[in-house]
Ligand binder design. Structure first.
Ligand SMILES: C[S@@+](CC[C@H](N)C(=O)[O-])C[C@H]1O[C@@H](n2cnc3c(N)ncnc32)[C@H](O)[C@@H]1O
Length: 215
């Protein structure tokens, strides 16, 4: 499967691809994604932080705020930041998390290697179905998350893993998703795995992964 097309995208090109893609997709996102973005509820349950703690949590690629809402409910004393590069997604995310007031902050900006805003201050970085779309910068962002976590902090990732069906991988590549078993090896190299699952979707049409690792 050729994923070369992803390798040549600059950060600016990747961001503007997302801007364009989510202009329309944002309108149908929550109505459709429940049927194929599996693992999103499980990853929140698997986070091994005390639910009552005053944690500092970042979600990269927060989309419509689906996970920010679940995080805010599971961790009622945590401070949450969501980042996204799509103006349309940020608008929805802000609206959907209004009920949590200043505890949830959504910013329209990319997560970038070398950014020192969170250096060693975070308890948790969540990537939910964002890393497979962040090409080819996904490696940089895993390393950035490591730099931004406190010692003992956690990275949590749920995303597409792979598929035996080339037509499906091609279809996903046309929708900007790289599905190539590529995330887990780097995650295992950089973090101590606490949860490391690969699960079947629709009896094996594709696989998705659920990973929690400790810094
Ligand atoms: C498939 S959606 C996932 C949204 C949400 N995390 C969820 O689980 O429903 C991917 C999101 O990542 C965002 N995104 C893509 N590249 C990004 C980047 N470099 N920095 C921040 N967000 C990014 C997209 O705009 C989109 O909203």
């Amino acid at each position: 499967m050729a994923f070369e097309k992803f390798e040549s995208l600059s950060e600016a090109e990747q961001n503007s691809t997302m801007q364009r893609y989510y202009k329309l997709q944002s309108k149908i996102y929550d109505a459709t994604r429940w049927s194929f973005l599996f693992g999103r509820n499980q990853i929140i349950r698997e986070i091994p932080l005390d639910p009552q703690g005053s944690w500092n949590i970042l979600e990269v690629g927060c989309g419509t705020g689906y996970n920010l809402i679940n995080l805010a409910k599971r961790f009622p004393n945590a401070k949450l930041t969501g980042l996204d590069v799509s103006t349309d997604m940020v608008e929805l995310s802000k609206k959907n998390t209004l009920a949590f007031g200043e505890r949830v902050n959504v910013l329209e900006q990319p997560y970038t290697l070398g950014d020192t805003a969170w250096n060693g201050q975070l308890d948790l970085v969540l990537f939910s179905y964002s890393l497979t779309m962040i090409n080819p910068q996904w490696k940089d962002l895993i390393l950035q998350a490591k730099a931004d976590l406190k010692p003992g902090g956690y990275v949590a990732v749920t995303d597409f893993h792979d598929s035996r069906n080339l037509w499906f991988k091609k279809h996903m590549a046309n929708n900007h998703v790289r599905m190539d078993s590529h995330l887990t090896p780097l995650l295992i190299q950089e973090f101590t795995p606490v949860v490391n699952l690969v699960k079947l979707a629709y009896l094996g049409v594709w696989e998705y992964m659920v990973f929690v690792g400790r810094k």
